[in-house]
Design a binder for this molecule. Structure first.
Ligand code: NAD
Ligand code: UD1
Length: 308
């Protein structure tokens, strides 16, 4: 296939690099814009169909160059850590909000319409109240991260109405799997816990461990993103990406222990400021709009991660 490239911002990161493997396997040309702040060049294969641009989505002229000539954009570049946004709201805003605005504006100028956007369950705050949230649940962004994601959604909808963009907005719940970088305290909890379990290092739980998340395996997400690039029409409105299954951190630790054959010592530290207590997706809209692959259950996903 010799189509125009698909631009993946943040393509050198965890979700982006998993998606790019699948896009290349499908025969697509891919262009990546990534500042390598958390992503790695080594996450990407050496492939003549892949073009890599190092730089920030906060740089409007660079984004314009990256978008030019593309057939679609998958906009993943962002500071992915909620806690990092609490520690550095100004720096985070450049990537997580200004970056989105730059992508919208560059697409408008270049006449590129389809864009997939990585929003987040964080936009609901604690409004789930222990139950599953659907897309119409009132929003309660508790952190700069969540506020930037929600504002980005609103801007994408503005560009849809005013300039004909076709944004497919996904609210990812907690994605996990191979290449999620465990090396920083800002990393996703499963990558940190599994690495520490493998190395026999102590594990820190912030709070009592009874907080819950709806964990979703990255390969299942990639399948949905591939479909969203190809559907003839993107229906309006964001789509939750979760399993409608809540797992507590204490249960997660039990599962990791079962899959890896034991657990190192676990200590409890104070809960993080702005940390959501319970997060679970009502995924009816996802199931209605996309073909959901047979969902990867937690222990199977952990086993695949640990053997990767
Ligand atoms: P990641 O940190 O592995 O990937 C983010 C990528 O973006 C990295 O390669 C990083 O170098 C790049 N990046 C960051 N700021 C940039 C900038 N200003 N310019 C260019 N590149 C930049 O994290 P991930 O888990 O793969 O997250 C991908 C996207 O999905 C993010 O937008 C994140 O907010 C969103 N998301 C992730 C999850 C999850 O559970 N992992 C859930 C909801 C939403
Ligand atoms: C995660 C994603 C965020 C996404 C959101 C959607 C990352 C880094 N964050 O945020 O991009 O928008 O899901 O729901 O991918 N914890 C510990 N010990 C640790 C690390 C974390 O107890 O060493 C706890 C946290 O306090 C939190 C839970 O584990 O209660 C999950 O934390 P984390 O993986 O950072 O994810 P979210 O904050 O849910």
């Amino acid at each position: 296939m010799t189509d125009a490239p698909i631009l993946v911002t943040g393509g050198a990161g965890f979700i982006g690099s998993n998606l790019i493997d699948a896009l290349l396997a499908q025969g697509h040309q891919v262009r990546v814009l990534d500042d390598l702040s958390t992503g790695k060049r080594s996450n990407l294969p050496d492939d003549s169909r892949l073009q890599f641009i190092e730089g920030s989505v906060a740089d409007a002229s660079l984004v314009e160059r990256a978008v030019d000539g593309c057939r679609a954009v998958v906009h993943l570049a962002a500071v992915a850590s909620v806690q990092a946004s609490v520690d550095d709201p100004v720096g985070t805003h450049q990537s997580n909000f200004i970056g989105t605005l730059n992508v919208c504006e560059a697409m408008r100028r270049a006449g590129v319409r389809r864009v997939l956007f990585a929003s987040s369950a964080a936009v609901y705050g604690n409004n789930g109240d222990g139950g599953a949230v659907d897309e119409d649940t009132p929003k309660a962004p508790l952190t700069p991260y969540a506020a930037d994601k929600l504002a980005s959604e609103h801007y994408l909808e503005f560009y849809r109405r005013r300039h004909g963009l076709e944004p497919a907005i996904f609210r990812f719940f907690n994605i996990y799997g191979p290449r999620q970088d465990p090396s920083s305290p800002y990393s996703g909890v499963i990558s940190i816990f599994t690495e520490r379990a493998q190395k026999g290092l102590p594990i820190s739980v912030f709070g009592d461990g009874e907080q819950t998340r709806d964990f979703f395996y990255v390969a299942d997400l990639v399948s949905i993103l591939q479909q969203a690039l190809d559907v003839p029409v993107v229906e309006e409105g964001a789509v939750n990406v979760g399993l409608n299954h809540a797992t507590s951190l204490n249960q997660l630790l039990a599962d990791i222990g079962a899959v890896s054959g034991g657990l190192p010592p676990v200590k409890h530290l104070p809960a993080r400021l702005g940390d959501i207590r319970h997060s679970c997706a009502n995924n009816a809209r996802l199931l209605q709009r996309y073909r959901m692959p047979p969902a990867t259950e937690m222990r199977e996903g952990l086993a695949r991660l640990l053997s990767s």
